[in-house]
Design a binder for this molecule. Structure first.
Ligand SMILES: [Zn+2]
Length: 238
């Protein structure tokens, strides 16, 4: 009847009564959903670790009016390496919180789901820098949400060039005649690095100072345009 199958990633979980839990998931086809997993907190729960944050699961759900009900869950990937390393875990938390904040309930976006899955895969790889993965993810998530920063030309008049000034509120780099309000002076390596993050094609050789400068800028940019703070950021090692 109202049963349906989906795959999704557990963004967060919340207690519900004595033994149940509300699970927030970003699914491939049904967007962000909230579903009840009954008996998940009992010691002999059949759910085990299947509905923990970061887990990629195959689900069978019953569609409810407000909350859906999880009837079956199978792990596709537990993304274990993210849980066993503090920097990866902290970066993963930022990624999950950003998706949770930017997506409305039942808002569908296959691209957001794929972007999230790609970020969790990258965070599980030993060679990937967690901060760079999270920063690239956030810029691309902002682009998907309609806030792609202008990096090749002034965000306002379109005059090509890097201009050396970045305006969070005006949406990217801005030229001298268009800039208004608060602008950040960016070093000459910053804009190419931001562009490489936006295209998921960054170099691990990028100097620490540039990474840090851009990371702060990305945080300000995302929080401004999503109009929500990303609280998990405070746990990121710098
Ligand atoms: Zn301009």
């Amino acid at each position: 009847m109202a049963l349906y199958k989906e795959q999704g990633i557990v963004l967060r979980t919340m207690r519900l009564g004595e033994s149940d839990r509300i699970v927030t998931l970003m699914t491939q086809g049904s967007g962000k959903i909230r579903a009840v997993a009954k008996g998940v907190r009992k010691t002999k729960s059949r759910w085990g670790a299947r509905l923990e944050p970061f887990t990629h699961v195959d689900l069978v759900l019953y569609r409810g009016r407000d909350l859906d009900i999880v009837t079956q869950a199978q792990i596709l990937s537990p993304f274990t390496p993210i849980r066993s390393d503090y920097a990866r875990f902290a970066a993963g938390e930022v990624v999950m919180e950003a998706v949770d904040k930017v997506m409305q309930d039942r808002e569908k976006s296959v691209r957001t789901f794929m972007l999230l899955l790609g970020a969790l895969r990258a965070l599980s790889l030993p060679d990937e820098d967690p901060l760079m993965v999270a920063d690239s993810f956030l810029l691309r998530l902002a682009a998907l949400a309609g806030f792609r920063p202008a990096l090749a030309a002034c965000a306002v008049c379109g005059r090509p060039g890097s201009h050396g000034k970045f305006s969070v509120a005006q949406g990217g780099i801005v030229c001298e005649s268009c800039r208004t309000g608060a602008v950040v002076t960016v070093g000459e390596d910053a804009v190419p690095y931001l562009d490489s993050l936006l295209n998921a094609d960054w170099s691990a050789e990028t100097p620490e100072g540039v990474r840090r400068e851009c990371s702060g800028l990305i945080r300000a940019y995302v929080e401004y345009h999503f109009d929500r703070p990303i609280r998990s950021w405070t746990h990121m090692p710098r």
